[in-house]
Write a protein that binds this ligand. Structure first.
Ligand code: DX5
Ligand code: ZN
Length: 218
């Protein structure tokens, strides 16, 4: 069954606690938190004090998506803020193998994220070390963007790579996910769907999460 990770980026930041409570009440598997530095991506969002505050009330594991340069500098702080999964970008790490091992040694699950123009094949020599691969289906930096259809074939190729390598990595997809784009992602082999605008702009976000999950039951 597909898992859903609502992205708090689309929540009303003046009511962040209420958004976390909504995710708590829903059938979501994770809470997705987008950290941006204004360098790796052209936007700045939230940092460690806010993640720690979310962690005090969250009843779902925190999936922290680091859209920052050289994220290996912050492994300890991400762990101390309460992250369950730390996602770092392939494009942002010169020494990816070291960063992945540091994340795992810190007791978190290690995720590697690829931008839309980065082939999943670039993960071939590290796939067996990963707990998760996050495939970006928009260019990172902003919520509410249009889904890039090429993502479907990337997820299929990644699914084959994972099967061939015996890796335990799960496949997560982030950007432009809604009821129209999710079915082909599920068919292609995605395990976790991140959804921001679709969930938090819905009249009933709890139902919106349930509706996404139902797609994989059909
Ligand atoms: C984009 C972020 C996403 C974003 C997705 O850089 O990584 O997590 O919140 O937003 P939607 O679901 O609105 O495309
Ligand atoms: Zn994200």
């Amino acid at each position: 069954m597909i898992q859903v990770a609502p992205s708090l980026l689309a929540a009303d930041f003046a009511r962040l606690g209420e958004a976390v409570e909504i995710v708590n009440r829903s059938d979501a598997s994770l809470i997705h938190i987008d950290v941006m530095d204004g360098v790796f991506v052209p936007n700045i969002t939230i940092g460690f004090p806010v993640i720690s505050a979310i962690n005090t009330i969250a009843r779902k594991p925190l999936d922290v998506h680091m859209m920052i340069t050289d994220p290996g500098r912050y492994v300890g702080q991400v762990r101390d803020a309460g992250a369950h999964i730390m996602n770092v970008h392939w494009e942002a790490c010169t020494h990816l193998d070291r960063v992945v091992h540091t994340i795992r040694q810190a007791g978190m699950k290690a995720g590697v994220t690829v931008n839309p123009a980065t082939p999943v094949e670039f993960l071939g020599d590290i796939i067996s070390e990963l707990d998760l691969v996050l495939v970006m289906s928009v260019n990172p930096g902003f919520g509410g963007q249009k889904f890039i259809p090429n993502t479907i074939s990337k997820v299929k190729r990644l699914r084959e790579m994972i099967a061939a390598s015996g890796s335990q990595a799960v496949i997560e997809v982030d950007g432009g996910v809604d009821l129209s784009t999710a079915p082909s992602l599920i068919a292609a082999g995605a395990d976790v769907l991140v959804a921001g605008s679709y969930v938090f702009r819905a009249p009933d976000p709890v139902k919106a999460v349930a509706d996404l999950i139902k797609l994989s039951e059909a």
